[in-house]
Structure formats: structure tokens, C-alpha cells
Design a protein around this ligand. Sequence first.
Ligand code: RAT
Ligand code: ZN
Length: 422
Amino acid sequence: DTVVSGKELEAFVRQTVQKTMITDMHTHLYAPEFGSLLLWGIDELLTYHYLVAETLRWTEVDSPYEQFWSLSKSQQAEYIWRKLFLEHSPLSEAASGVLQVLHTMGLDVGSRDLNEYRKQWASRTPQQQIDAVFQLAGIRDVVMTNDPFDPNERELWLDGRGKEDPRFHAALRVDPLLNNWDTAVPELHRMGYQVEAAWTDQTIKETQRFLRDWVQRMDALYMAVSMPGDFRYPIEDHRARMIDEVMIPACQELGIPFALMIGVRRQVNPELRLAGDMSMLSDVSSVEALCRKYPQQKFLVTMLARENQHELAVLARKFRNLMVFGCWWFLNIGSIVKEMTAFRVELLGTSMIPQHSDARILEQLIYKWGHSREIIASVLTEKYSRLQRVGWTASREEIKRDVEDLLGNNFWRFVGKTIPGN
Ligand code: RAT
Ligand code: ZN
């Protein structure tokens, strides 16, 4: 059952990539049980921090940022709509994405009528909207980012109100352990863990206990941290100690991968709040050292600088315990997704995770995956065509298998779990 002509191949690959159900392995979405933590709707879409950054570029240098922040959410949405959609054309990835969402939901993009869009959302419940969006975007399930240092989220878990919806999985996110140990210590204390700022045996044991408790409470698929690009390993510093003596032992005991998201310089402009973070160059050889030192520990790794991507993909050729994933944050733009997906396939075949959405607002799944699917399909079409020209015709089953690997199975295999429902 092979695909014969070039045209047929293209159509089949496109169709397969379009309809294969996705596991989105890193998002900031929440299961409906988390109530208001799950963001959805047009005002949330418009006030996405990527769009806040773009909007504030159109304000005068002498106008206080506070003027924007003092607006209500709906006023902020109206302001962003005016600046980025009416006074200027919405050509950026994030702005055009909002229109892609409206279009896919069947709304009239041409009307440019924000209040009309609001009405369309007003009659929906979060549950209905989750069902509708997952179906429109072809999402099977998503992995959340679950942070016990966030008091709002922590309360929900401690109340036993964690996730029930099987489409949402947890990932334990613990940035403060590595990046803000001084503030993590009193927080851990308040949570009942006897740690000290000093690196003592008790601190090590108690921090491990904290990780164990939370991985188990959340049933987390992996443990994750983001770090600035100046992360170096191995050196004698707090991060290396925490990784060697606490985090890796905990991951190994629990049998879960460790996800490293490297290359973010937080708050280069604090006035922008959540939108104030920057990308920076990272050190791929630090990841190399970790992969070599812990050959049986699995690492999920993404980096934020474009300049690191090729070297990181090459490193994945050297270490089977390294899985590169996603085109993260500022890299999740058409031109770069295209470039990264192409050379990852060229270097690694299908043994990688080409994309995650990083969606913070439910409906973003529609445009982020819509665009990525298009690009993944066109890269794959080109690669299968090359094979076809020398007489290798992939069967429909083989193409399906490959696409399923890229859009979900590679992740599930790497975390060592079977796909829920299979
Ligand atoms: O992409 C984003 O929304 C960023 O703000 C971050 O959340 C980043 O993805 C992260 O997980 O740290
Ligand atoms: Zn993220």
C-alpha cells in the first residue's frame, strides 16, 4: 500500500500530519479542575504576553508602563486590539495567530468586531471549549507546567483537587531550586521541609523528599526547570550541587526524565512583567557533560537561542538519553520552525520531538499547532520525495508510523509510559 505519484505523496503526508492526534508535551494550560488557572477566551488571547510586548512598542517612551497595567483585562484587550490589529497590520506570528484562531472557530475575521467575538465566547463553558478546541486542533492530550512554588496552584493540589481530566498530564516545574535558592528556602520551610540555605545532609534529604512528594502527588511525567544561558556544568556551584545531589537522584529513584529548558534571561525589562524575558546563548557542552555522566538518566532538552540549535541536534546523535524537543518561545515562528525542523530531520531522522506549543491560553493550541503541522508536513514531503526519486516508496503505514512518532509516540516512549487509551 504505497503512495505512488509525487502529488499523491504530498497529499497523503499533508493529510496524515493534519489528522494525527498530538501529545503536546509542554504547555502552560491547566485541566478544568484548576478553575481560573485555565486561561481561555478572546480577551486572554489578546492579552497574551507575546502580544503585550509587541503592543508596548507602539507607546511613547515617556508614557509610563503603569498606564497599560492599570487597565482592566478587557481594557487591555481593547487597547491591544486597536494597536496591533487596527492601527497596524497583525503580521507577527502571535498576532496573526489570533486571527487563525477566529477563522478556525468559524468566526468572521473580516468583521474586525471585537465585541462580536466576545459574544461568541460568552455562551461557552470551559469544558465545552476544551472539547471544541482539542477537536479543532487535533490534540489528544497535553502536559501542563505545575509549579508547587505557586501558592494558587499549590493549594489546589493540597486540597486533593488535582487533575481528573485524563487529557491533562502533570510536569513538576521547580525553577526556584536552581535559580532562586534564597527564596526557595523559606518557601520550602513553610511547606514543611527542613531545609537550610547551607548545603547540609539534611537539606539534601529534605529537598529530595519535597521532589518525591510532589512528583507522586501530581503523578508528574517529568521534572522540569528553565535556566539562563550561563548555566555551566560541571562546576562548583549551587546548581551543579542541586542537580547532582538532589535532582538527578530523585529523577532516578522515580524513573522520570529531567527536562532542561536553557537560555532564558529573566526580566531584562521588569516593566514588561511576564513579557520582560529575553533569550541568550547557552552552553551545549554542559548538557553534553550531564548526558555523559548520567547515561541512564533521560534528559529532555530545549534551548532558546537559534545559534545553539544545530549543535544541540548534533549532540543528540551522540547520546540516546538526550531528546531534543520543540521550537521554544521566540523560536516558535514560521521561518525558524522550518529551519529547525528540516535540520533536525536531516540529523536525527524521526528520533526527536519537533514541537510543543507552550500554549498559555487554550485556543492557542489551534494556531500554534496549525502552523507547526503545516511546516512539519512540508519538511516531511520534501524528505519522502527524495526517497521516492531513488525508488524508495514509503507505505501509507510507514508514513503514519513516522508522523505518530513525531507528534506523540517519541515522547511517550521516552518517558517510558504507554499512550493513555492505547
Ligand atoms: O513561552 C512562554 O510563555 C514563556 O513565558 C515561558 O513560560 C517559557 O515557555 C517557560 O516555560 O519558561
Ligand atoms: Zn513554557
